[in-house]
Design a protein around this ligand. Structure first.
Ligand code: SF4
Length: 266
C-alpha cells in the first residue's frame, strides 16, 4: 500500500469534503476504513448508489453496520438496470460501461452536488471543495492499473466547486483488503464467504465465469441473498427477449448464454 499523497493532506487541511463511494463490497469497506482513520469525521460522508433488485440483499445494512454513523446518502438512477436493458434491447458492454455511468457515477455526482449546495447554504467556507473517493484497485485489471489515483476533475469543477477524484486503495492488494477488514474487527458482506469475488450487481457484465457460476448457484439455492428472488430468471429472460447475451463472446468460447456459462437452468 502506497503513502497518502501530500496533496490529500493539503485538501484535508483546507476543509475538503471526502465522499466515500460505498457499494457495500469489500473494496469500499477497506477504503472507508482507511478514510475513517485519515479524515476528520465532519469532513466525511458516505454515498451508496442503490441498484435495487440487481444488487445483493443487505448491502445498505452492511454499510451501516460497518461505518461509524457518518452522514449516509443513498441515490437511485432514473431507471433500473433491467429497464435499461429492456429499453435499449441490449446489455451494456464492458467497453462503454453505460451501466456504471447511469446507475452509479451519475446519481452519485448529483448527490454530491446537492451536498455542496447544502454546505454553501450553511455558510461552510470550503463548501465546494470535494474529494470523490472510489475503491478501484490496480490489481483488478490492466485497465484499472492504468488509472491515475488522484486527479482534478475539470468536468465537475463548475459553479464554484473544486472537485478531485481519488482512488485511496488503488495500490492495495486483495489480500490486504481482507486483512484490513479483519484487523478492524469487521467481516466483509456474507456473499464473499460463499464464494463471490466481487460485489455490486449480482450478475455483472464484467464478472468472471467463476463469479457468474457462484452467483447463479446462490441465486437458486439462497434466494434470501437477493433483493429479487427471480433475478436469475429475469436475466436469462432478457437474453432470450433481446436475442443478446450478457457476456461478451470470447475467442476461446465464442458466444454463450448465461445458462451455458453457469450450467444453471433458470
Ligand atoms: S456492477 Fe457490473 S453490471 Fe453492475 S453497474 Fe457495475 S459494471 Fe455494470
Amino acid at each position: 500500500m502506497s503513502e497518502i499523497p501530500s496533496a490529500i493532506h493539503e485538501l484535508i487541511a483546507r476543509g475538503a469534503l471526502f465522499v466515500v463511494n460505498h457499494s457495500g463490497g469489500k473494496d469500499s469497506q477497506a477504503m472507508y476504513l482507511l478514510l475513517r482513520d485519515l479524515v476528520p469525521r465532519e469532513q466525511l460522508v458516505i454515498v451508496h448508489a442503490d441498484l435495487g433488485a440487481v444488487e445483493w440483499a443487505g448491502a445498505i445494512g452492511h454499510i451501516l453496520a460497518t461505518t461509524d454513523g457518518e452522514r449516509f446518502f443513498t441515490c437511485h438512477a432514473r431507471r433500473t438496470l433491467l429497464q435499461m436493458i429492456e429499453e435499449r434491447g441490449m446489455f451494456p458492454s464492458p467497453e462503454q460501461r453505460q451501466c456504471t455511468s447511469d446507475l452509479k457515477r451519475g446519481p452519485i455526482e448529483r448527490t454530491i452536488r446537492g451536498i455542496t449546495r447544502e454546505r454553501q447554504a450553511l455558510g461552510i467556507k470550503a463548501w465546494g471543495l470535494v474529494v470523490n473517493c472510489m475503491g478501484m484497485r490496480a490489481q483488478e485489471s490492466p485497465k484499472r492499473k492504468k488509472l491515475t489515483p488522484l486527479k482534478f476533475s475539470a468536468r465537475n469543477s463548475k459553479a464554484g466547486r473544486e472537485w478531485h477524484e481519488w482512488l485511496p486503495i488503488h495500490a492495495m492488494l486483495e489480500t490486504e483488503v481482507f486483512e484490513n477488514i479483519k484487523a478492524a474487527g469487521q467481516k466483509p458482506h456474507p456473499v464473499y464467504a460463499l464464494g463471490m469475488r466481487r460485489f455490486s450487481c449480482v450478475f455483472c457484465i464484467m464478472a468472471s465465469e467463476e463469479d457468474l457460476k457462484t452467483a447463479a448457484r446462490l441465486a437458486t439455492e439462497h434466494p434470501e441473498l437477493l433483493n429479487d428472488p427471480h433475478l436469475y430468471r429475469k436475466y436469462v429472460g432478457l437474453e432470450r427477449s433481446t436475442g443478446q447475451v450478457m457476456l461478451m463472446p470470447t475467442k476461446k468460447n465464442g458466444r454463450r448464454s448465461l445458462e451455458e456459462v453457469t450450467g444453471v437452468a433458470a
